[in-house]
Design a protein around this ligand. Structure first.
Ligand code: GDP
Ligand code: MG
Length: 436
């Protein structure tokens, strides 16, 4: 999904100005990318329609950086679609009872352990794991292994074949032994069927948990939606746990499930180890889906710091081939205003790779600024007049060398060409150009 969306948004990111056709085409690409990630057709269509409305509402086409604004709208909508803010977990109740549900192999037992470990590390919580999978003796052993690993007590009753009775006994055991959280691990089947639904529903009714969590393998795509719906119809669960996100970068399941059952995704599983648990943050997931790094904050910061009028003037100059060293100096000052260079570069998608060998810091500009300051106004507006003797003078005046002056002139030349090609200002391109 990432790659496809990246491609779709690439058009917009690269262009200083976009047309209505451009917007429509990009939205089509975004929709295709969502469909490829197993997002339900209806959801994907509704999504792109909403983005389009927002884009029109905000007059995207008339703003200075329409591409970036579009990227921001797509990201915001995606975040909203996945639930907006991160959802917490209800820890009321004495003890708090948390019931796991889901198909066999979805990761219930693993996640029960992860959650117990996560809560145990909060210090005020003393969890108990309860083994209610009565069909496979190995399942009970598995929970015991997990419990030993994280040093959390496990309640089980191997001869007992009634999961409701075990769950109740487990809660009683917790009360007697000072556990304030009880996590009930249950049996699942390979597919949704009556027997499983009846069983989980009976457990649910008998113990009235504070949190009923539905655990789902993120790699199951569209099937995940149907399963989620079936479980939600019976349990009206409180939240979704999306497991195995380490194995698959597609976010399709997250989007579809949230849309269909309208329950928050609370945690994600990112590996087999007990530590591989994360709170689900919709905005981070949107970033991941869009594969854009922290592009949105970059855009916001850039928008804050860049004087729009100034940028507009600059664009005109570039278009007319009048971009000179004075403008370059202004751009450098703008970039410096935006904050620490490394932070900024880190926010540019793909920059990590690109900039690996280049050590950029504010000092990198000092020499450049000194050289420009040593130029005459004529030299700044028309660098072509800078001959060998002028270079010597500039080098001396700026405390640099002719080589450094040459280097800057070459960079400037390349940059002017590139800027003309791209027809737009902005720190990102600026830095890309300077890298050469
Ligand atoms: P259950 O049948 O629902 O209890 O599922 P299990 O907890 O036994 O998990 C099934 C398999 O998935 C096991 O091999 C787990 O190690 C694996 N698993 C669970 N969660 C994750 C995860 O987040 N990432 C990865 N890579 N594997 C996981
Ligand atoms: Mg299990």
């Amino acid at each position: 999904l990432s790659e496809k969306l990246d491609k779709a948004l690439h058009v917009l990111k690269g262009h200083g100005s976009i047309t209505e056709v451009n917007v429509a085409e990009t939205l089509k690409e975004v929709r295709r990318a969502l469909l490829d990630a197993d997002v339900n057709f209806k959801i994907a269509k509704e999504f792109t329609n909403r983005v389009k409305e927002k884009a029109l509402g905000q007059n995207v086409l008339t703003t200075l950086q329409p591409g970036q604004l579009m990227v921001k709208i797509v990201k915001d909508e995606l975040t909203e679609l996945m639930g907006g803010d991160a959802a917490g977990i209800n820890l009321s109740g004495k003890p708090t009872v948390i019931l796991m549900s889901g198909l066999q192999g979805s990761g219930k037992t693993t996640f029960s352990g992860k959650l117990a470990n996560f809560l145990k590390n909060k210090k005020t919580k003393k969890p108990l794991l309860v083994a209610c999978d009565v069909y496979r003796p190995a399942a009970v052993d598995q929970l015991h292994v997990v419990g030993e690993q994280i040093k959390v007590d496990v309640y089980s009753d191997k001869g007992n074949t009634d999961p409701v009775a075990i769950a109740k006994a487990g809660i009683a055991h917790a009360k007697e032994n000072g556990h304030n959280v009880v996590i009930i691990d249950t049996a699942g089947r390979l597919a949704v069927d009556e027997a499983m639904m009846t069983e989980i529903s009976n457990i649910h009714k008998a113990i009235e948990p504070q949190e009923t969590l539905f655990v789902v393998d993120s790699m199951t795509g569209q099937d995940a939606v149907n399963t989620a719906k079936a479980f939600n119809d019976v349990l009206n669960f409180d939240g979704v746990i999306l497991t195995k996100l380490d194995g698959d970068t597609r976010g399709g399941a997250a989007i579809s499930i949230k849309s269909v059952v309208d329950k928050p995704i609370k945690f994600i599983g990112t590996g087999e180890k007990m530590e591989a648990i994360d709170i689900f943050y919709p905005s981070r997931m949107a970033d991941r889906i869009l594969g854009m790094g922290d592009v949105v904050s970059l855009v916001e910061r850039a928008q804050e710091q860049f004087d729009e009028d100034e940028a507009r003037k600059l664009q005109k100059k570039i278009a007319k081939n009048q971009f000179g060293f004075d403008d370059f100096l202004k751009q450098i000052q703008q970039i410096k205003k935006m904050g620490n260079m490394k932070d900024l570069v880190g926010m540019i998608p793909g920059a990590g790779k690109m900039m690996k060998d280049v050590d950029i810091d504010d000092d990198a500009f000092k020499g450049i600024e000194a050289i420009i300051h040593s130029m005459t106004p004529e030299e700044r507006t028309n660098p072509s007049v800078i001959n060998a003797s002028r270079k010597k003078r500039i080098g001396k005046g700026s405390g640099t060398s002719v080589t450094q002056v040459n280097q800057l002139l070459k960079q400037f030349d390349q940059m002017s060409k590139m800027m003309k090609m791209m027809q737009g200002g902005g720190g990102k391109r600026m830095m890309q150009a300077m890298k050469n």
